[in-house]
Design a protein around this ligand. Structure first.
Ligand code: 3SL
Length: 240
């Protein structure tokens, strides 16, 4: 057994992050529905950078300075902003090469609380394989931080974190100690036979379905559509 194995652990919600922080070289922030999926889609479509901000007030300050700003709360575009969190918003030609500011209910909050970690990257089902391979190459202690929903556990982020953990453990270079990590792995193993079917039961999927966001759900739950790995550098997400 290789005793130099690095840790891959899972934190279920931003509220629990304080019990994990400081121990990991890399934090992977995950918000499958929809913030980190939208961010991956944006970079895949040529956006130059994204400044994630935790509050609508900060988003308004950037708007006043002339930035292109998106804001979402509870699944809907915040009044006064032109776009929110739909991955399709970021596929417009006019966004290519642009610097964007984004504030969302949970995803940008998680990015903001993780921002002091040595390395922060964005994970989703969309960039799953590329991210797993990159994490394997780094061989560093890694934490998957699930954005959850208003500090509550959610299925889709946990399944994505479990997929990352399972892959890294299978390389023989990583191990997990925390029960949250082991639970995430088992959840992933039972979900992966039919991820869309499994995640049909998730509360946030139902919330988004009620807002007629079925196309977004389908897109966000379809793995491996891009190789981009967004990374936080000086408060800005850029393409690695
Ligand atoms: O919480 C978030 O950051 C969002 O992704 C939520 S929603 O999918 O836009 O409802």
């Amino acid at each position: 057994m290789n005793d130099n194995r690095k840790h891959i652990e899972v934190c279920f919600t931003p509220g629990e992050y304080e019990y994990f922080k400081g121990e990991y070289d890399i934090v992977v922030v995950i918000d499958v529905l929809r913030a980190t999926s939208a961010i991956c889609a944006a970079f895949d479509n040529g956006v130059n950078s994204i400044i994630p901000v935790a509050t609508v007030e900060e988003a308004k300050e950037y708007q006043a300075k002339g930035f292109l700003v998106g804001a979402e709360r509870k699944g809907q575009i915040v009044d006064g902003f032109d776009f929110g969190n739909s991955p399709y918003s970021y596929m417009k030609e006019e966004f290519r090469g642009q610097d964007i500011v984004l504030s969302t209910t949970n995803g940008t909050k998680a990015l903001s609380i993780a921002s002091n970690a040595p390395t922060v990257v964005v994970g989703s089902l969309l960039n799953l394989d590329a991210l797993c391979q990159w994490l394997e190459e780094q061989e560093k202690n890694t934490l998957c931080l699930c954005s959850g929903w208003q500090d509550k556990f959610n299925l889709e982020d946990t399944v994505c974190a479990g997929a990352i953990s399972e892959y890294l453990i299978s390389t023989g270079k990583f191990t997990s100690d925390e029960d949250s990590s082991i639970a995430a792995k088992y959840l992933y193993l039972s979900a992966w036979v039919n991820p869309i079917g499994y995640l049909k039961s998730s509360s946030h999927r139902r919330r988004l379905k009620n807002l007629n966001l079925n196309e977004d759900i389908k897109y966000c739950l379809t793995p491996n559509q891009t190789d981009v790995i967004p990374i936080l550098r000086d408060g800005k997400l850029v393409k690695l």
